[in-house]
Design a protein around this ligand. Structure first.
Ligand code: IPM
Length: 360
């Protein structure tokens, strides 16, 4: 298969982790006779410094011309310290999602047996967790009208949804449930928010098209608690943009490190794959950033194009690296010299030679 992949490493640890994912994809291409080409483009704080724009038009063009986008991370401490900055790295990512209409963000949360000990939660609570969050990504409060009065004393962000916006992500979540444990939980705040009542109404109506899927409804405050107390009860969680952002970050506690959580952002014309973590600026170039979320995002890319054997091999390599403690310090108290690149190298070697790879 020929794939043209736009690579947007971004800021902070983004370039380091993305380099490992690209390395893994190159190994897959060689071993399975595919032709993957990579076109790099700028986004985020680096793009602001170079072009005065967190999402230059040339980056949008590169992405539009690609079959898929591999995204790293964006952000910089100076912007976090100045939330009033008018031009911000995050705008690059948000505009990209909106421009390419990447409406459905898929965030799997799987507890690896070997890492149960890394979670601050009880092993018995989290063992066998295997859920996926379907987060609406291009609407809601993130993209509603914003207002700040001239005297800076009144502000608002509108949370607006249309039926169509809810339907498209809901259909994808229902279909995912059908191929999983056939359980879908809508997380909303329908006891308070009109937009949540729209979500509920739409999902209740769509449910009749998926009679084999059991649908439950949970308020987001309760879902936040249940996700920690009993994550195993969930199969597919469907939710709006901001609730999905918060719940997926919370869910990283279950797996032991946010450095493990990958995601796919799917639109009707474009697809993008990105770790859920941010730029983690203070870890930049220290070799301590966990590349697995980025590598697993590459596995999701392969799956999106039906390259299931290829993705399975990447996942097997990741499993092996976790079992052998070939992991960065966020997960490792056995070896303290395993760098970002070493993890990538191990996974690449495993792909090249699955029967012989070991720590050396
Ligand atoms: C994420 C991030 C982004 C979001 C930020 C960087 C704008 O937290 O992808 O989850 O809030 O969507």
């Amino acid at each position: 298969m020929k794939l043209n992949i736009a690579v947007l490493p971004g800021d902070g640890i983004g370039p380091e982790v993305t380099a490992q994912a690209v390395k893994v994809l190159k190994a897959i291409a060689i071993n399975f006779n595919h032709v993957f080409t990579f076109s790099n483009a700028e986004v985020g704080a680096g793009a602001i410094e170079k072009f005065g724009d967190p999402l230059p038009e040339s980056t949008v063009e590169t992405c539009k011309n690609a079959d898929a986008i591999l995204f790293g991370a964006i952000g910089k401490t100076s912007y976090d310290l100045d939330p009033y900055a008018k031009v911000r790295p995050e705008q690059g990512l948000l505009r990209l999602r909106k421009t390419l209409d990447l409406h459905t963000n898929i965030r799997p949360v799987i507890a690896y047996d070997d890492l149960l000990i890394k979670s601050s939660l009880k092993k018995t609570q989290i063992k066998d967790t295997n859920l996926v969050i379907y987060r609406e990504l291009t609407s809601g409060i993130y993209f509603g009208d914003k207002f700040l009065s001239e005297d800076n004393n009144t502000a608002s962000d509108v949370c607006k949804y249309t039926r169509n916006e809810v339907e498209r992500v809901a259909h994808m979540a229902f279909k995912a449930a059908q191929s999983r444990k056939r359980k879908l939980t809508l997380v909303d705040k329908a006891n308070v928010l009109e937009s949540s009542r729209l979500w509920r109404r739409v999902v209740q109506e769509l449910a009749s098209q998926y009679p084999n899927v059991e649908v439950t409804y949970t308020y987001v405050d309760n879902a936040a608690m249940e996700l920690i107390i009993n994550p195993k009860q969930f199969d597919v969680i469907l939710t709006e943009n901001m609730f999905g952002d918060i719940l997926s970050e919370e869910a990283s506690v279950i797996v032991g490190s946010i450095g493990l959580l990958a995601s796919a952002s799917i639109g009707d014309k474009h697809v993008m794959f990105e770790p859920i973590h941010g730029a983690y600026t203070k870890a930049t170039n220290k070799g301590i950033a966990n590349p697995i979320a980025s590598i697993l995002s590459a596995a999701m890319l392969l799956e999106h194009f039906g390259l299931d054997d290829e993705a399975a091999l990447v996942r097997e390599a990741v499993d092996k690296s976790l079992t052998l403690h070939i992991t960065t310090p966020d997960l490792n108290n056995k070896y303290d010299n395993i760098t970002t690149t070493k993890v990538g190298d191990f996974i690449e070697d495993f792909i090249n030679n699955p029967d012989e790879t070991n720590l050396n």
